[in-house]
Each structure stands twice: as C-alpha cells, then as structure tokens.
Design a protein around this ligand. Structure first.
Ligand code: AMP
Length: 217
C-alpha cells in the first residue's frame, strides 16, 4: 500500500500517520521531518531549505523531489508506505507518479484530512514534537505524561519555529493555494480518495481512517 496523507498544517497528519504505521507496520516518509533532520545536521539540503521553512513557504520542488527519490531507494521492496507532507504541489505529484513507475508502484490511496481553520490554529499553537520518533503532542489536548518529554523515548520535545502564530497563517494560505488543488487532481486519477473529517479527537479520527481503508473489517 502506498498511501498519501493530505491535509493542512495542524490537521493531525503526523499523529494519525504514527498510529496507522503502528497498526499496519507500514513505513512513514515525512518530508517535514526529513527536512528538519537535514537542517539540524547542517547538510547542504538543510541549509537551502531553512529560509523557506522558517517563513512557512514551500521548499523548491526540485529539492523535495530529489530528497524523496533518495529516500525511496532506502526502503525495502514491497514495504507499505505512508507519505505525509508529500506531494504538496502539482509538480511534485507529477514527479512522484513518474518515480513510482519504474518501481512498478502507484498511489493506492489518498486520505484527505481536514478541519476548520479555528481548530487547526488551536492545535498548532499547543503542538510539541519529538524529532527522534515523530510523535506529536498537544499541551492542552494531548499532553505527554512528563512535561516536555516524549512518552515513547524520553527525548525533549520541541516547539517548531514555524508553529508560531505569525507563520501559521502563511502556511495555511500556502496549503489552500498550492496543495489543496491536489485533491481534485487525485480524484481525477485512478487513486481512491477518502475524505476523513478531522475536527474530532485522535482516536475517533484514527477509527475513521482505518474504516475508510477497510482495515477494521
Ligand atoms: P510540515 O512538517 O509537513 O508542516 O513541513 C514543514 C515545512 O517543511 C513546510 O512548511 C515547508 O517549508 C517544508 N516542506 C515539507 N514538505 C514539503 C514539500 N513536500 N514541499 C515543499 N516544502 C515542504
């Protein structure tokens, strides 16, 4: 299964992706995490991406496409993969299709998560993330057991610089302008598109995702 999680920042793609990966054994390819790791390691990609990420803008397509291509070569053949945060533009979606062809793979499903801007802004402002395992917490809605520390691996949680309010509106605007049109693109392709409303709690949304994918039957 090659599955895309599509949705605005703060909708819960990370949280739902981790739960789905735990339940299925599928790998996660999370372009935001790959970029943050590159940035922290000070690699050339990380340095090039930094200014865009800080402003809440998209990193140029050619850098993202190359990064995902390289990541795909590291995954065992036949592994199920959840793509979170990719593709985000028409150009990335077209390049993705092309890079899957020689692997004999295609996108099997697209899960579209969405919620009101009010819910998204609330979730983003309280969000704390673990760079080590990808777990995402919310200081109000889903706090960790020990303040500031990941329940899974004890790593200190961090508040993403691009989660600050002045950047959040730009990220939402960029999503609605550049990424949301991909829903229509995939609806017009052979991929199955599942719409899952994500205003509710974590477990409720996860249940809906699994039901949509036919995993709980
Ligand atoms: P995310 O963690 O998915 O919200 O991504 C954080 C930031 O990384 C975004 O605001 C972009 O600057 C950058 N980014 C992540 N994925 C992509 C992508 N597929 N295309 C362009 N930029 C990306």
């Amino acid at each position: 299964m090659y599955l895309i999680l599509l949705g605005p920042p703060g909708v819960g793609k990370g949280t739902q992706g981790v739960l789905l990966a735990d339940a299925t054994g599928w790998e996660r390819v999370v372009t935001g995490d790959l970029l943050r790791t590159a940035k922290d390691a000070g690699t050339p990609l990380g340095q090039q991406a930094q200014q865009y990420m800080t402003a809440g803008d998209l990193v140029p397509d050619h850098l993202i496409i190359k990064m995902v291509e390289e990541k795909l070569t590291t995954l065992p053949v036949g592994t199920g993969v959840i793509f979170d945060g990719f593709p985000r533009t028409r150009e990335q979606a077209s390049a993705f299709k092309m890079m899957l062809q020689p692997l004999g793979r295609s996108i099997d499903g697209v899960v579209v998560l969405d919620a009101s801007d009010e819910v998204l802004t609330e979730r983003i402002s309280g969000r704390r993330s673990c760079l080590s395992c990808g777990s995402v917490y919310n200081m109000v809605l889903a706090p960790p057991q020990r303040e500031g520390v990941c329940d899974n691996d004890g790593t200190s949680l961090f508040h993403r610089a691009d989660d600050h309010p002045d950047t959040v509106q730009n990220r939402l605007d960029v999503y609605r302008r550049e990424t949301e049109p991909l829903i229509a693109y995939y609806e017009g392709s052979k991929s199955t598109v599942y719409h899952v409303p994500s205003d509710g709690g974590v477990d409720e949304v996860q249940g809906e995702v699994r039901r949509a994918l036919g995993l709980d039957e």
